[in-house]
Design a binder for this molecule. Structure first.
Ligand SMILES: Cc1ncc(CO)c(N)n1
Length: 235
């Protein structure tokens, strides 16, 4: 997989590239584990166990509801900390309005699969990820850290599902909708905007802030790997 910043591809040097790109390269092993999980590979090649997909649908619905609250908390911090000149509020507001469609999509999709969302109980791994979001929602979490986490959370999904749609895939027709939801170009563009926002905040961050943001990035990747694992292995 092409991680930006690879010297062989002629990408910008460490001085010119954003902090997020440096971290993607530094932690590419974990990033690849999150974006090329065996569950994603099985969706891509059509061998996916549909029970895994059903588990994912129910648990991700619960995650997305909590994620909506998280995104609202990022929006609040953007208003306080991004500065009047920035377009951060507009970008995040776009994300929030897309979540409204996303929640409706989960509800329609669940009906199509005969899954009752009101009866879904969060599994331990889902609860752990939601607890992490709750930590990030605390008022003393800096904007740089939460913007980094937001970018990472969205980018893992974008990269995972876009890979399922790339040439050579043999995806099952009933899963195309899910893959297109996160794998489409407009969502990719949104992720780039989030990356720009995170990088901009990280250029202003203190050493301690940078450490906290990098750690949040790593924790997102770990939670994402576990989330795929839970759906894939029925954990
Ligand atoms: C677990 C998880 N990570 C990221 C996203 C992207 O929104 C999602 N829906 N669920």
């Amino acid at each position: 997989m092409d991680v930006p910043g690879d010297p062989k591809t002629g990408q910008p040097s460490a001085e010119e590239e954003g902090t997020t790109t440096t971290w993607l390269r530094k932690h590419r092993h974990l990033y690849t584990a999150a974006t090329r999980h065996p569950l994603i590979l099985s969706i891509r090649d059509g061998t996916v166990d549909l029970d895994s997909f059903r588990r994912w649908l129910g648990q991700d619905y619960l995650f997305v509801r909590a994620f909506t609250a998280f995104l609202s908390s990022v929006l609040m911090k953007a208003w306080k900390q991004s500065g009047d000149e920035s377009s951060d509020l507009e970008v995040l507001l776009g994300g929030l309005s897309a979540l409204r469609d996303e929640i409706a999509w989960f509800q329609e999709e669940a009906t199509r699969w005969g899954i009752g969302l009101s009866g879904i109980v969060p599994r331990e791994i889902t609860r752990g990820y939601i607890r992490f979001l709750e930590e990030l929602m605390k008022p003393d979490m800096e904007y740089a850290t939460v913007a980094t986490a937001l970018w990472a959370i969205e980018t893992v999904y974008q990269q995972s599902f876009a890979f399922c749609l790339e040439e050579g895939s043999a995806i099952r027709p009933e899963l195309v909708g899910a893959c297109e939801r996160w794998g489409n170009n407009a969502f990719g563009q949104y992720c780039h905007e989030l990356q720009r926002i995170a990088d901009c905040q990280l250029t202003k961050a203190s050493k301690d802030d940078l450490e906290r943001a990098e750690s949040a990035f790593l924790r997102v990747l770990e939670h994402e790997v576990k989330f795929w694992e839970m759906c894939h292995e029925d954990l």
